[in-house]
Design a protein around this ligand. Sequence first.
Ligand SMILES: [Zn+2]
Length: 70
Amino acid sequence: MKVYCEFCGTKCRRDSYDSGFGIMYGPWGCPECRWSEDDRYDLREGAKFTKNGYRLDQYGGAWPPKEPNA
Ligand SMILES: [Zn+2]
């Protein structure tokens, strides 16, 4: 399956992970303009953060506020 960003035409990607019950997929996201198919992760208008300060990515992930060597 291939998905292209409806805003900039870049080939999208998504994260996959093994939940223990099967492979799960995060929302499709664009590496170029940071569009996400999930509104909660759509970063086209700027970065988004969770309540505890984690930075969201367009693939449904969340990253700690302080990364070592960042
Ligand atoms: Zn895009």
